[in-house]
Design a protein around this ligand. Structure first.
Ligand SMILES: Nc1ncnc2c1ncn2[C@@H]1O[C@H](COP(=O)(O)OP(=O)(O)OP(=O)(O)O)[C@@H](O)[C@H]1O
Length: 259
């Protein structure tokens, strides 16, 4: 189910010395859409994620969030617009509990009323607190982590930690979610749960999701459309069936990729 464009990047170009990492790349993501980004090693997927999330400024092109030009905005400003990103390497606060990792992710909004409200535990503050705990509980359940909320995040096995990281990324509901290799290190069971949590996020909360993933079968199953990059350019774009049937994609990538 798709709605208004939540994210639009146009004419993105990035060079590293003589290497054109991205050349005139564009992508439009609508609210409620789950899109896959695939391509061989060195295709430019990470560089595009860096540009979309604000870690790298492009040499050419623009990025818009909900129609607002954010090309020169920092990652933090983009986060305030509702953009979230996960990384290939896990970034949980290992010494905090899983639940606290999710609460911290919502904390930046503040509770209103500043220090006085904190000290006096005003009713409005308590109701914010309650809403955040409820949201954290729902998200933990969605990602199969109920019963794990009190565990120190650093003690979770790899697959669970991956799920906890994704749960944290959506604890404060995102408008646009960029997932970098979300399925890596997960079991079949976790992958199924991950796929349904992402689908729910898109369909029920209208989040636009873009995911880079080497597990092509996972991408084809989960995503309504797929963008294929090769050598910094868009090689193909379409439904999973269209992309699978594209001879250039087969030659450049799918011929050698699993799934
Ligand atoms: N910091 C950098 N300095 C120089 N070249 C870079 C840098 N980062 C990326 N590149 C080059 O840019 C191109 C795109 O790299 P990028 O990491 O975006 O590809 P990728 O599709 O994410 O690859 P992978 O699937 O291996 O992660 C590659 O040729 C890479 O060597």
């Amino acid at each position: 189910m798709s709605g208004a464009p939540a994210l639009r990047a146009e004419g993105i170009g990035v060079r590293f010395g003589g290497v054109r990492a991205l050349d005139d790349v564009g992508i439009t993501l609508c609210a409620g859409e789950v899109r896959g980004l695939i391509g061989p090693n060195g295709a430019g997927k990470t560089t595009l994620f860096d540009v979309l999330s604000g870690i790298r400024r492009p040499d050419a092109g623009s990025v818009r969030l909900d129609g607002v030009d954010v090309t020169r905005h920092s990652p933090v400003r983009r986060a305030r617009h509702g953009m979230r990103r996960t990384f290939q390497r896990q970034q949980l606060f290992g010494q905090l509990t899983v639940a606290d990792n999710l609460l911290v992710a919502q904390e930046w909004r503040g509770g209103g009323g500043g220090l006085a409200a904190d000290l006096l535990a005003l009713p409005a503050r308590r109701s914010y607190e309650r809403a955040r705990r409820e949201r954290a509980g729902k998200v933990l359940a969605d990602f199969g982590l109920d019963g794990r909320g009190d565990a120190a995040a650093g003690t979770l096995p790899v697959g669970r930690a991956r799920m906890a990281e994704l749960a944290r990324a959506v604890a404060d509901p995102p408008r646009v979610l960029l997932l970098d290799e979300p399925a890596s290190g997960t079991t079949d069971d976790e992958r199924r749960r991950l796929a349904s949590a992402v689908r729910r996020l898109a369909e029920d909360e209208g989040c636009a999701v873009l995911l880079v993933e080497h597990d092509v079968a996972f991408v084809m199953e989960l995503c309504s459309r797929v963008l294929v990059l090769d050598l910094g350019r868009v090689l193909a774009e379409g439904t999973p069936a269209e992309v699978r049937a594209d001879r250039r994609v087969r030659d450049a990538y799918l011929g050698s990729a699993p799934g």
